[in-house]
Design a protein around this ligand. Structure first.
Ligand code: PAF
Length: 276
């Protein structure tokens, strides 16, 4: 497996690649969820195509320096996971390789980002769109695999690909969960023992709430269950239309019950599809 730290090293690999080139964008601290994205990319690439994993903790998508600094980093383990799951190469640039000090162009999505994480994490999705577009352009990838866990991110990237006529197909991949239901996330590594034991209540709350028959009861049940947790503090619990990601009170169309919850300074997200 090759490793490229610079854009020019990456370029040499891309120029020699057979198609399709499939990208798995990541910020590292890889876990089984990422491993399944890489396997999925391998399936799409076939034996001849190229699977590239990018590992870059993208500073411009963090809304606080503290969160960026605390984001888990485990490069050696990440490289083993990439190699063991069929990646052909890893692009692992540093900040100065990705961003010039006087950079002045940002990609913004202005509709799907109005609510949910977009409302509470200022500038987050601009940072995501900007880096993802750069990674698509740098790798020239035919397709890229994204986890459904970050469902707002997936929707925003699909919209960016549609509206900017990108030639990269977006491949969604189901959320991977721990045995106790907690959605796999790099941030789980930052939970202490008590928080980790409590965190499956997020998925449980969403599952129980999804059994309610109207929107108001769903929101109330999810909030009540999360409020009972001694460690969780709610950032938001929302019911949104699955297509527009705008708040809805109707279950006639597919909707998403989504939440973000803080455990100390660790912010976890999860969602469940309802209605329709
Ligand atoms: O989902 C992530 O890990 C990041 O948001 C992404 C897509 C790699 C962009 O930095």
């Amino acid at each position: 497996m090759w490793i490229a730290k610079t854009k020019s090293e990456l370029r040499v690999r891309i120029d020699a690649a057979l198609r399709p080139v499939i990208l798995v964008p990541s910020m590292g601290a890889l876990h089984e969820g990422h491993a399944s994205l890489i396997l999925r990319a391998r399936q799409h690439a076939g034996a001849d195509g190229m699977v590239i994993v990018s590992i870059f903790v993208n500073p411009i998508q963090f809304d606080s320096v503290g969160d960026f600094t605390a984001y888990p980093r485990s490069v050696e383990a990440d490289l083993s996971i990439c190699e063991n799951h069929g990646a052909d190469g890893v692009f692992i640039p540093d900040n100065s390789e990705m961003y010039l000090a006087d950079r002045s162009v940002t990609v913004s999505e202005n509709s799907l980002t109005k609510h949910l994480c977009g409302a509470t994490r200022s500038g987050h999705f601009d940072g995501v769109c900007t880096v993802v577009l750069k990674l698509f352009l740098l790798t020239g990838c035919d397709a890229a695999v994204f986890g459904e866990k970050d469902f707002q991110q997936l929707a925003v990237i699909r919209r960016m690909a549609r509206d900017l006529d990108l030639r990269t197909s977006i491949i969604p991949h189901p959320t991977m969960r721990e045995a106790d239901g907690l959605a796999m996330s790099s941030r789980n590594a930052r939970l202490n023992t008590e928080q980790r034991a409590d965190a499956p209540c997020i998925h449980r709350a969403l599952q129980v709430a999804a059994g309610e028959c109207d929107a108001a009861s769903m929101l109330r049940t999810a909030c009540e269950m999360l409020d009972q947790s001694p460690y969780a503090s709610i950032d938001y619990v929302s019911l949104v239309d699955a297509e527009t990601l705008s708040p809805t009170e109707s279950l006639a169309r597919p909707a998403v019950l989504a939440c973000a919850v803080f455990y100390g300074d660790v912010r976890l997200i999860d969602h469940i599809v309802v209605g329709g």
